[in-house]
Design a protein around this ligand. Structure first.
Ligand SMILES: NC(=O)c1ccc[n+]([C@@H]2O[C@H](COP(=O)([O-])OP(=O)(O)OC[C@H]3O[C@@H](n4cnc5c(N)ncnc54)[C@H](O)[C@@H]3O)[C@@H](O)[C@H]2O)c1
Ligand SMILES: [Zn+2]
Length: 683
């Protein structure tokens, strides 16, 4: 079925707007920059051929970013634009022709810089003092993030020597590759989700509300443009040198190019060398050097006509697939991994790449012994994009997906409609047992901050623990000096780690401290299937002690407000397994909290919500949501998660879903704002 140009335009517009939203608002990418740029180009071509179908919200006539509500909105003195981009040298020849035609002379020069992959920023200096920092936003106006930008050490807060009275500098805020790597290592250690790339991280960091967190993230900034009435430089190069003299951080990677040939040389020089720079780069920027020429060429709605960026295509290599291995995740999910003949790509040796799941193997029709294409762009993680079928051996065999768990031998299962295979042996499969320990120590459970997943793995490896309960028998002597192997899942690289003095001490102390963690957290930490944080709180509140819960019948568990059959069955089942009972007895003996503490509410004497059902929704200024729920309970109320006929009050915070609000209005539920709620409890 073919789609009409009109539909194609509509679809591309929608798709690109979706990716732009993710990219600029949520700092996420679902497709590569290359794919995005190709689609944008396709849309541009379609719109040029069928201008009547061009949509109002087309991404082709707007600068991509947006502003947020969290910061002051500030208008730029002159718009902050995007750059035209290309991946082809032929397009640069076209660009050069346009410049020549526009200027009516062959007498011009270019100035080349690297294209730093970060977030554009505008800095305003008044009387030599940094007075304002604003993001590009939608090009006309952006977010004022001055206090966050002030944490960047290479940005001068006050200038010395000579400087114009007021002027603006523009540049790129970025996260150095090294800082990014360390941050991700730290996150891996704490069992937190890994960040995708330095650009998205820099962009997310710049828009954080807490400047002290921003400071800890060690952002940096390169400046590459100088503006203002008082700026009288006649070339871009002079501006760059002036910035250097004023002590701004300018990357020394620029070059003046007298011809397009020299530009090509610059491109070739940096294609590999750029990987050695401290910052991620995704291409180069070519600017007409003379200010007068720039003015003559002017701007389109979205980009300057005197500059263009040439982006390096993500690099590809061809290599042999030596084997497919299978990894078992903490949840039992199986990931097939391509074991490759090592190949050099974008400055690093690639040996492995994820094949995601059986569908992907089928899609690629990839077989052991095949020569495959591997790509790596600015992204950190390599990807297999295809198979070179011309080089396939005549006797190659179709890949048959592994049918039993590589860790414990249990037959794998794949649920209807799911992409991944699973190992169902949750209690006996080593990575899954490790996963349970990791869950137990996680922040919302026992919050044992000094133990990370890597250390847990090491403790299993060295036989120091074989499950949760063993944690509490660990001594300083067990831990101090302990050495273990740490294997990078992607590269297969093995490092030796060791626990030293201070960390051993910290682990022992944080385990000791966790004995004070309240019962509901312990219950949550046990990892009973379907018992999330909220359910754990409800059960703890209702049954008060682990023994009551353990002895409860299915009916008694279902009787708890908002607990359904599925959860009840899982709970009863958990307590019917002897190993689990033994675990609980050992944890009890270790001194963990196995009963609710009586809550006291001295500040609020009255039980104003006695017998009332309350729903809390949205974000609150003076309360954490969990804290608010606790408070309501301490005032006699029942907290429920969905609105129904029996809801008495809805406490509506900011940003709550309109559907919920409407439902409450229709049901005639009494709706309280945060202010009204505060007044009510403080009466
Ligand atoms: N993967 C996705 O889903 C997705 C979605 C939206 C956008 N994108 C990517 O973002 C790009 C569009 O972003 P854009 O409009 O910001 O354009 P751009 O990032 O391609 O180019 C403009 C920006 O380059 C930066 N820059 C870096 N070094 C520079 C230098 N030396 N001189 C001047 N500027 C320099 C500036 O911040 C400037 O704002 C797309 O081309 C695409 O690659 C990707
Ligand atoms: Zn298994």
């Amino acid at each position: 079925m073919s789609t009409s140009p009109q539909e194609k335009i509509a679809n591309l517009t929608k798709e690109l707007n979706h990716h732009s939203y993710l990219y600029y608002q949520e700092n996420k990418s679902e497709i590569s920059d290359f794919e995005f740029d190709q689609k944008l180009k396709q849309l541009e071509e379609l719109e040029a051929a069928y201008p009547e179908f061009k949509l109002e919200d087309s991404p082709t006539h707007r600068v991509g970013g947006t502003i947020t509500k969290n910061f002051n909105t500030v208008y730029h003195k002159s718009r902050m634009l995007s750059l035209g981009n290309t991946y082809s040298k032929d397009d640069l020849i076209e660009f050069d022709k346009r410049v020549m035609k526009g200027l009516g002379t062959e007498d011009y020069e270019y100035f080349c810089e690297l294209k730093f992959d970060g977030v554009a920023i505008s800095l305003l200096y008044e009387q030599g003092v940094l007075s304002q920092a604003v993001t590009r936003g939608d090009g006309e106006k952006g977010d004022e993030v001055t206090s966050n930008v002030k944490t960047i050490r290479t940005i001068p807060l006050r200038l010395n020597g000579d400087y114009p009275e007021t002027f603006e500098v523009r540049g790129e805020v970025f996260m150095p590759k090294k800082v990014f790597k360390a941050l991700n290592e730290e996150r891996a250690k704490n069992g937190e989700a890994l960040l995708a790339n330095p650009r998205n991280t820099a962009s997310g960091t710049l828009k954080m509300q807490d400047s002290s967190v921003v400071a800890s993230r060690k952002l940096d900034c390169y400046l590459y443009s100088l503006l203002g009435d008082a700026i009288t430089t006649s070339t871009h190069e002079e501006s760059i040198h002036l910035l250097e003299r004023m002590n701004f951080n300018v990357s020394p990677t620029y070059a003046r190019c007298k011809s397009l040939e020299e530009v090509f040389e610059y491109i070739n020089t940096w294609e590999q060398k750029r990987h050695e720079l401290p910052v991620e780069t995704d291409g180069i920027v070519i600017k007409v050097n003379s200010t007068a020429h720039q003015e003559e060429l002017g701007f389109t709605a979205k980009t300057p006509r005197w500059a263009i960026s040439y982006k390096y295509k993500s690099e590809a290599a061809e290599t042999r697939l030596n084997n497919i291995t299978y990894q078992v995740g903490r949840t039992g999910a199986i990931t097939p991994v391509a074991e490759l003949e090592p190949v050099l790509l974008a400055g690093t040796t690639v040996k492995r790449a994820s094949l995601h799941n059986a569908n992907e193997i089928e899609r690629l029709d990839i077989r052991i012994g095949d020569y495959v294409f591997v790509e790596k762009g600015g992204e950190i993680i390599p990807k297999i994009t295809g198979v070179n079928h011309d080089r396939r051996a005549a006797d190659s065999k179709e890949t048959i997906y592994q049918n039993s768990c590589p860790e414990c031998g249990t037959p794998l299962v794949r649920k209807e409609g799911e992409a991944n295979h699973y190992c169902p042996n949750a209690d006996g499969c080593p990575p899954q047992v490790m996963g349970r320990v990791e869950h137990f120590i996680s922040r919302n459970a026992m919050d044992i901050a000094h133990l990370g997943p890597k250390t847990i793995e090491g403790l299993f490896q060295t036989g120091k623990i074989s499950g949760i309960a063993d944690l509490y028998s660990l001594t300083f002597e067990d831990l101090n000096g302990l050495k273990f192997e740490d294997k990078d899942e992607l590269t297969g690289e093995v490092k030796i780690r060791s626990i030293k003095d201070k960390s051993a001490q910290n682990i022992v102390e944080s385990l000791e401290a966790s004995k004070q963690i309240p019962f509901e957290s312990v219950l949550f930490g046990l990892g009973i299937r379907y018992v999330g944080r909220t359910v754990a709180e409800k059960l703890a509140e209702h049954f008060k002690t682990i023994d009551n819960l353990r002895n409860a019948s299915m009916e008694e568990v279902i009787a708890v407000h908002e607990i359904g059959e599925r959860i009840a069955e899982s709970v009863v089942n958990f307590f019917s397994i002897p190993e689990n009972i033994e675990l609980i007895e050992r944890l009890k003996a270790a001194g963990l909290q196995m009963r609710m503490e009586e809550t006291q509410t001295p500040e609020y004497q009255t039980q104003i919500f006695q017998g009332k059902t309350v729903v809390v929704s949205g974000v609150f200024e003076s309360f954490e949501r969990e804290e608010l729920k606790k408070l309501i309970k301490s005032l006699g109320g029942k907290v429920s998660s969905s609105i129904s006929g029996s809801t008495d009050f809805l406490i509506a915070g900011a940003n709550m879903g309109p559907a919920k609000l409407e439902k409450a209005q229709n049901l005639g539920t009494q709706i309280l704002s945060e202010k009204e709620f505060s007044e009510m409890i403080n009466q």
